[in-house]
Design a protein around this ligand. Structure first.
Ligand code: SF4
Length: 245
């Protein structure tokens, strides 16, 4: 059989055509949206500042623990000026259950001081400004932009990175590259919800260890099917119904 120039070139991590990859990626997202209709940021917040604080605190701990701590925190420190003027010893007591509470106390006070000094105490709504704040990287900035400002953003956390590679959407393990490569497969307006769908799937089914392939709604579209438990009954037992505690 002769090769024709009309045959799509394999330029993707899985060897499928670019068009096939885009279609498969979007199908995966649609199925995940059906599976997780309530997908959203799992951190509780009502303002950009609350989400920024909660996201910074969520490093090295679970969203459930952060959500147990933030009601006290948010009522005691209602704005950036209050954090900037906080007594570190008092803040450390509130943050104690989260672990790394001394470092987190220092981070929060430093972040709040920068907000007060450079942004009049307001959280800026642009990526280029957010990433200049101490302790705020692209991941945190995209969480805040996508969920508190309605600016589409892809949040490449540990789950997103693992799943994007398993789905064959990228071969990179550089979060910024992954953000751009995956972003190019989807409409910009879908980026924030895509992030939630993928992260929810990583927390509930496609675990780092022992993914529940036999209970996975996107098994037929996933090139990594079989790296985890494929027996339906055994896989069903691995599925988690909520966020890790
Ligand atoms: S089939 Fe397995 S590896 Fe692929 S997404 Fe589902 S659980 Fe993850």
């Amino acid at each position: 059989m002769s090769t024709s120039s009309a045959v799509p070139q394999a330029t993707t991590p899985t060897g499928e055509s670019r068009l096939a990859l885009v279609r498969r990626a979007r199908r995966i997202d649609r199925l995940l949206a059906q599976r997780y209709p309530d997908a959203r940021a799992e951190l509780d917040f009502t303002t950009p500042l609350e989400l920024l604080v909660a996201t910074v605190l969520s490093a090295q701990t679970t969203d459930v623990r952060v959500n147990a701590t933030t009601p006290t925190l948010f009522s005691r420190y209602p704005d950036a000026a209050a954090y900037a003027a906080a007594d570190p010893a008092e803040l450390e007591v509130i943050l104690g259950p989260l672990g790394f509470f001394r470092a987190k106390t220092r981070s929060l006070i430093g972040l709040a001081r920068a907000l007060v000094e450079r942004y009049d105490g307001e959280v800026p709504g642009r990526l280029e400004d957010l990433v200049t704040l101490p302790g705020v990287g692209r991941k945190t900035a995209n969480v805040v932009l996508g969920n508190a400002f309605g600016v589409p953003g892809i949040t490449v956390d540990t789950h997103f990175l693992r799943l994007a590679r398993r789905f064959g959407w990228t071969t990179s393990d550089d979060p910024v590259k992954v953000e751009h490569e995956v972003g190019a497969l989807f409409e910009r307006r879908d980026w924030t919800m895509l992030s939630h769908h993928v992260v929810w799937h990583g927390r509930r089914i496609c675990h780092a260890k022992r993914p529940a392939c036999g209970a996975c709604p996107i098994a037929a579209l996933c090139p990594s099917y079989g790296i985890g438990e494929t027996d339906p009954e055994a896989a069903a037992k691995l599925v988690k119904s909520g966020p890790p505690r």
